[in-house]
Design a protein around this ligand. Structure first.
Ligand code: 1MF
Length: 184
């Protein structure tokens, strides 16, 4: 993954727990150095290693960290050079959910090594959506929950989101049910 992701993890851990904790995480992850460069590629194992190490150091389940990280990602990218990208990806929550693949396509034009996930959003009722998430990467569904919650917060929408009991029929994607509670 692009180093931007690892930098965001560093920023979140440092903000919430301080620099000493971050260095403990880096050490536990077995990394030689942690000067991540945003536009450089790092093996996915580095990112998974950071999350696993942070989970051990903080005593918090990795799923919980991934969800918190997903929420943070929306804030982080908005202030670290991708505000315009986010602005042009939707004027409201629903529009944004429908534009996630376009957003990644735009990033991929400039950064061809991007390995974007794919999302399909379906409105199934007033204020209710099914979101399908397809990725080459395993285990990141909790992060997607955080990402969507972060998006909702950005648009001032209150939502409830849960993984659907029925997984994708062919098991190749995750399915989430999203309900908007306040302003849709
Ligand atoms: O392959 C990648 O490196 C990669 C990195 C980040 C692929 C996707 C993403 C973003 N994605 C992270 C979860 C990935 C889960 C998976 O792969 O199954 C979050 C996607 C997302 C979902 C909901 C709402 C908003 C979302 O993200 C907005 C976004 C997406 C990508 C970027 C910024 C905001 C981005 C921008 C530049 C990038 C990489 C990603 O690369 C750089 C960075 C710095 C300098 C040059 C290039």
């Amino acid at each position: 993954m692009y180093g931007l992701v690892n930098k965001a993890i560093e920023d979140l851990v440092t903000r919430e727990h301080g620099e000493d904790t971050w260095w403990q995480v880096v050490e536990k992850a077995g990394l030689e150095h942690a000067g991540f460069v945003g536009m450089e590629q790092y093996p996915d194992a580095v990112t998974y290693g950071l999350v696993g190490a942070a989970s051990e150091v903080l005593g918090v389940p990795a799923e919980q960290l991934l969800e918190a990280f997903g929420e943070f990602w929306v804030l982080y990218t908005a202030t670290e050079g991708y505000g315009e990208l986010l602005e042009m990806s939707g004027r409201n929550f629903e529009e944004f959910l429908n534009n996630l693949d376009n957003l990644h396509m735009r990033v991929g034009l400039n950064f061809p090594e991007l390995q974007p996930p794919s999302f399909r959003c379906e409105k199934v009722g007033e204020g209710t959506y099914h979101l399908r998430y397809l990725s080459d990467r395993a285990g990141l569904a909790p992060m997607v929950i955080g990402l969507v919650k972060g998006l909702a917060a950005k648009f001032g929408v209150e939502i409830a989101m849960r993984p659907s009991a029925a997984r994708g029929a062919d098991g190749d994607h995750d399915l989430f049910v999203i309900e908007t509670l306040g302003q849709g």
